[in-house]
Design a protein around this ligand. Sequence first.
Ligand SMILES: Cc1cc2nc3c(=O)[nH]c(=O)nc-3n(C[C@H](O)[C@H](O)[C@H](O)COP(=O)(O)OP(=O)(O)OC[C@H]3O[C@@H](n4cnc5c(N)ncnc54)[C@H](O)[C@@H]3O)c2cc1C
Length: 435
Amino acid sequence: MVDAHRTFVIVGGGLAGSKAAEALRAEGFTGRVILIGDERDHPYERPPLSKGYLTGADDRDSVFVHEPAWYAGADIELHLGQTVVGLDRADKTLRLGVGTRVHYDTLLLATGAEPRRLDIPGTGHVGVHHLRRLAHADRLRGRLTALGQENGQLVIAGAGWIGLEVAAAARSYGAEVTVIEPEPTPLHTVIGPEMGTLFADLHQEHGVRFHFGARLAEIVGQDGMVQSVRTDDADEHPAHDVLAAIGAAPRTALAESAGLELAPGPGGGIAVDSSLRTSDPDIYAAGDVASMAYQSLHATGPASGEKSLRVEHWANALNSGPAAARAMLGRDVTYDRVPYFFSDQYDVGLEYSGYAPPGTYDQVVCRGDVAKREFIAFWLRDNHVLAGMNMNVWDVTAPVQELIRSKSPVDPDALADPDVPLSALSGGGGGAPKG
Ligand SMILES: Cc1cc2nc3c(=O)[nH]c(=O)nc-3n(C[C@H](O)[C@H](O)[C@H](O)COP(=O)(O)OP(=O)(O)OC[C@H]3O[C@@H](n4cnc5c(N)ncnc54)[C@H](O)[C@@H]3O)c2cc1C
């Protein structure tokens, strides 16, 4: 069928979906492009919601992926505030909540993820927050302003990236902040205790209190308002507001109901191959919801070999959406980017590349000044670099990723020596990402 007669539908008006729509037009696709999203706002970027937008440094207009007029200009049929509730693969139709049916020739699922909910008593009290959407950020921002003025208490469940970023934002308003975390350090399951401790120190210096080794057990309220929280080790903390920052779950309901293959395990996501194609050849998935098949960048150890990985990061949405669009057009696509993440907390900015949770690495090597928080940390196994994090050191992502991609053994002493260029250590065997 010629392009002009084909209809490509994208479900999910987030970064992956809107960037896929943009890429379809950039690649010269002349058929219909329909982008359906259940939020009323035009597609926007979520990172500012726990950073500049939450602190008030960034204005609302700055978060949108495109100006509203761009969609009509690019001939993208944008349906906002519409939930896709059914997918009939035999008929190639989608059913919208309002009852309308939409035909597709090729479909992209970019339905993202949603915050995990606390399953404890008291979550219905006024003052319990999640953070995923602009409206959540607006509400939280209003409360942080009030907490700052009243010396109020914010309790954050979860010392992951979002929990820590909100802790920093809340301190900028002057709110009192307590973070409850079951692991012994912040970010423990992502980067391990060596670097986790550094984040604990950073936040404690700014007045954040941590309660490690415990989970929230109950949110106690009075007259329907949050009053305190109880932890499962029988402690109690005063609270006016509680943020549940305990991770996100992929929005797979549509894919699951249509019988598409999901990656195994909890939070597995929609299984896609290296061209981002699902178990149905006419359906692709990208962004937070997709679980990508990839040849692990780990040369040895438990994380080596053929894996599937769901990456919940901005750069993955930014790049996998367009990669899926190119694959939908029949281009040869192998999506094999090194996972990448960035974060800003107080005066610390960082980028993290790779994948090295505890249990996969055997040492952490640093180059630079850790005490001044100007350094690069490398996670190694058998002298192979699995991941790297540059903190307040910039323009090193390419060589760090090259080290990971090359799978070449490195000398840890040379890695720690700032006089040895990183590019001299990678052996040049990795090649650029193809997606
Ligand atoms: C507060 C916050 C801060 C973050 N900060 C960072 C950061 O600093 N660095 C970083 O790398 N990453 C960060 N991330 C992660 C990053 O924002 C996500 O990886 C990215 O938004 C994923 O984009 P996506 O398009 O895949 O999914 P989403 O952004 O979740 O978009 C999916 C869209 O699809 C819609 N949808 C779902 N199901 C349906 C349906 N059935 N019908 C219609 N619409 C549907 C959803 O409502 C949503 O609008 C942050 C995330 C959050 C929430």
